[in-house]
Write a protein that binds this ligand. Structure first.
Ligand SMILES: C[S@@+](CC[C@H](N)C(=O)[O-])C[C@H]1O[C@@H](n2cnc3c(N)ncnc32)[C@H](O)[C@@H]1O
Length: 372
């Protein structure tokens, strides 16, 4: 067995032992895809101990390159929308914008997709093309369409897929607008997160088909959901476990806050629920459905530390601080953001704070909601 075969074998064994790779057809598909072919442009590694996070390039055949390609790691391949590993000497401190997803998450999601061999799949977020290749290894390139927002990233993926002799239908564009015009798919899988599930995805799925996507948001919590599309054009389904987190689809990223509204104006009342609940991932995930366009920041205002939610579009805000052991909220703008959060969390508390795995997400062309 070659060194490369041993690395692949070990990755498959680890993913199987960890429970993400569960069935033989996906084991065969994973074994058939050489991940290093999708990382020939190198990747960025976190500089240990850096804060804010700094990234250093690792180029093809550089120290640890091949081993990392077969480690169960997400490997960042683009930073700040344009920068690839060969562009940098030294370190960079900006946000990752493309990556090769953790293989165990790719395979876990493909297992969760409940796909059958005769189905067609639309993948949103081609990235390096690795997950596209695994899909093709199982279904054949003719059944797989994958769309990537970033042209350079898409072209590199096309090259890598071509190198291993795989030819899916590759599109360049905004996957939030769907795949090929007028096409219908059996499954949609997104390897970037969405803030809201686009209505067009519901239209591009055959009734009974499924959408597997991470719903994320600007309060920084996300979960994987599997939605079944119904005859009436709505979709619903369970939240799956794991606090799965992906980079948000580029058009869904939070806008800059711009000029802050006057946070001293507004109506003050005692809060029923304090802002500290938002330090918890699941609470933030639940709250996000009620205030999907709110962003959170912490400010010092006079003698108080304030936890602030701001909707950059409407200028609505809720500023909370603790005073003599109670929480006080001051709200301004057209939307009472904290009223909405308290109502949502109130329903969740009344149901005895069920876990997210007990929740169902519903999506209609008008919007999305979470239920217990
Ligand atoms: C985590 S990476 C995908 C990883 C990929 N599946 C792999 O195995 O390499 C997410 C990708 O989604 C892409 N993306 C972001 N927004 C998108 C959108 N609206 N439509 C299509 N792709 C998008 C990003 O450019 C990025 O390449």
């Amino acid at each position: 067995m070659s060194d490369h075969d041993k690395l692949v074998q070990r990755l498959i064994e680890n993913m199987t032992a960890g429970g993400s790779l569960r069935t033989q057809p996906w084991k065969d598909a994973a074994a058939a895809v050489p991940r290093h072919e999708f990382l020939r442009s190198g990747f960025f590694r976190v500089v240990s101990g850096s804060s804010p996070t700094a990234w250093a390039p690792v180029l093809e055949d550089g120290d640890g390159w091949l081993e990392a390609c077969y480690a169960d790691e997400s490997l960042v391949t683009q930073i700040a929308g344009t920068i690839k590993p060969a562009d940098i000497r030294g370190e960079i401190m900006r946000e990752p914008t493309s990556s090769s997803t953790l293989p165990s998450l790719v395979l876990r999601m493909l297992e969760d997709l409940q796909v059958e061999p005769d189905m067609t799949v639309l993948e949103i977020g081609t990235g390096t093309g690795y997950s596209t290749a695994v899909l093709c290894a199982r279904l054949g390139g003719g059944r797989v369409t994958s769309i990537e927002y970033d042209e350079e990233v898409a072209l590199r993926a096309r090259e890598a897929l071509g190198r291993i002799g795989t030819h899916p239908n590759l599109l360049i564009g905004d996957g939030l607008l769907g795949g090929d015009q007028g096409a219908l798919y059996d499954r949609i899988i997104a390897t970037c997160a969405v803030r809201t599930v686009p209505a067009v995805w519901l239209e591009q799925i055959r009734p009974g088909g499924q959408i597997l996507t991470t719903i994320g948001g600007w309060l920084n919590a996300s979960e994987l959901v599997r939605l079944t599309v119904h005859e009436d054009g709505t979709a619903s389904g369970p939240v799956l476990s794991g606090q799965v987190s992906f980079m948000l689809a580029r058009p869904h990223q939070a806008p800059s806050l711009g000029m802050l509204p006057d946070l001293s104006a507004g109506e003050e009342r005692e809060a029923i629920i304090g802002a500290d609940v938002l330090d918890d991932w699941t609470t933030r995930f639940v709250a996000q459905f009620a205030v999907p366009t709110a962003q959170r920041l912490k400010l010092r205002n006079g003698q108080y530390d304030e936890d602030v939610l701001i909707d950059a579009e409407t200028g609505s805000f809720a500023a909370l601080h603790e005073e003599d052991g109670r929480w006080v909220v001051r709200q301004g703008g057209s939307d009472a953001l904290w009223d909405a959060v308290e109502e949502q969390l109130g329903r969740w508390h009344a149901a005895r704070t069920p876990t997210v795995e007990e929740a169902t997400v519903r999506v209609t062309p008008e919007g999305q909601s979470i239920h217990w």
